[in-house]
Ligand binder design. Structure first.
Ligand SMILES: Cc1cc2nc3c(=O)[nH]c(=O)nc-3n(C[C@H](O)[C@H](O)[C@H](O)COP(=O)(O)OP(=O)(O)OC[C@H]3O[C@@H](n4cnc5c(N)ncnc54)[C@H](O)[C@@H]3O)c2cc1C
Length: 267
């Protein structure tokens, strides 16, 4: 088993509303100098203090490399996020939080102020975030936008493709740095994921002749619906990233094990 490294205690350096429903928090710690250059776009585990704690109680790492957690009532909330910003020189790292405000992570982020403490793991994620392809298909909701924004900015200048992006309101649209003129962005409106807006749009879209690489993230039913559709188009696990980021009506504690089962099937 690979040894786990101890999570970092980081401090809020600044906060900014990127859109009315997306709040960026920049954290800093000298130890971020040790993170990989390409940290933006990767997954990260966040450790959120329980009510009444001013710092999250982070696990110690046993000599065998296993995390040793404090008692359950002290253990922080653990959530997965995407790194939306990273500057190795200034030791700053950013996360864009959806302001749904129904869970502890979103509530913490809504109230966070400069100097507050937070915990972060080292960044990780699949070896390949975006598979090789002749045509790129992206689909995701607001929780996926922070990662998509980074990944879309890294596509080649002649990349052909389309991104379907679902946001609660028009005002949640952000400027995307896409270098290719052959890449189209289709913004969709809606926050009721039970209507499966994204999966309907993706399956109604004219599938191209060329080899498709797909990147899909967001609400679980949406992602699983799109993944099923990708399989009917002949895509295999090496051609796509399709990870459910959250599940309607279930907290991370309720949904965590199910997501891991799904991820094991696709990685
Ligand atoms: C690899 C990965 C990367 C992710 N990146 C990001 C990111 O960059 N930004 C981001 O905001 N989220 C991201 N997420 C999703 C985030 O981890 C979940 O939304 C998480 O559930 C938030 O925790 P919470 O404590 O706020 O809510 P929870 O306590 O987990 O859930 C409470 C309630 O809120 C609902 N809920 C949870 N998330 C949302 C949502 N996004 N919109 C509407 N309702 C919701 C749940 O259905 C539940 O009813 C990512 C998830 C994964 C797996």
């Amino acid at each position: 088993m690979a040894k786990k490294s101890k999570p970092l205690l980081v401090e809020v350096k600044s906060t900014e509303m990127v859109t009315p429903n997306l709040r960026r928090i920049i954290f800093s710690s000298d130890q971020l100098a040790d993170y990989p250059d390409e940290t933006a776009g990767l997954h990260i585990k966040a450790f959120i203090p329980k009510t009444g704690q001013d710092k999250p109680v982070l696990p110690k790492i046993s000599p065998e490399g296993r995390p040793v957690w404090p008692a359950p009532e002290e253990k922080p909330y653990v959530r997965a996020y995407s790194v939306s910003y990273f500057d190795k020189d200034t030791c700053d790292i950013g996360i864009d939080f959806v302001m749904h405000k129904k869970g502890p992570a979103s509530q913490w982020a809504a109230n966070a102020k400069i100097g507050d403490y937070f915990g972060l793991s080292r960044p990780g994620g699949p070896e390949t975030m975006v598979a090789e392809g002749d045509f790129y298909l992206f689909a995701g909701d607001l929780s996926a936008l922070p990662a998509m924004r980074v990944l879309l900015s890294r596509l080649p200048e002649d990349a052909k493709g389309v991104a379907f992006i679902l946001t609660p309101a028009k005002t949640d649209r952000v400027l995307l740095d896409i270098k290719s003129s052959e890449f189209e962005v289709k913004w969709l409106i809606g926050d009721k994921s039970d209507f499966q807006v994204l999966s309907k749009e993706v399956s109604a879209w004219d599938w191209p002749e060329s080899k498709v690489s797909a990147w899909v993230a967001g609400e679980s039913t949406e992602v699983l619906g799109i993944r099923k559709y990708l399989k009917t188009k002949g895509l295999s696990t090496k051609d796509y990233y399709a990870i459910p980021y959250w599940k309607l009506g279930e907290s991370e504690e309720m949904y965590h094990a199910e997501r891991h089962d799904i991820m094991e099937e696709i990685t």
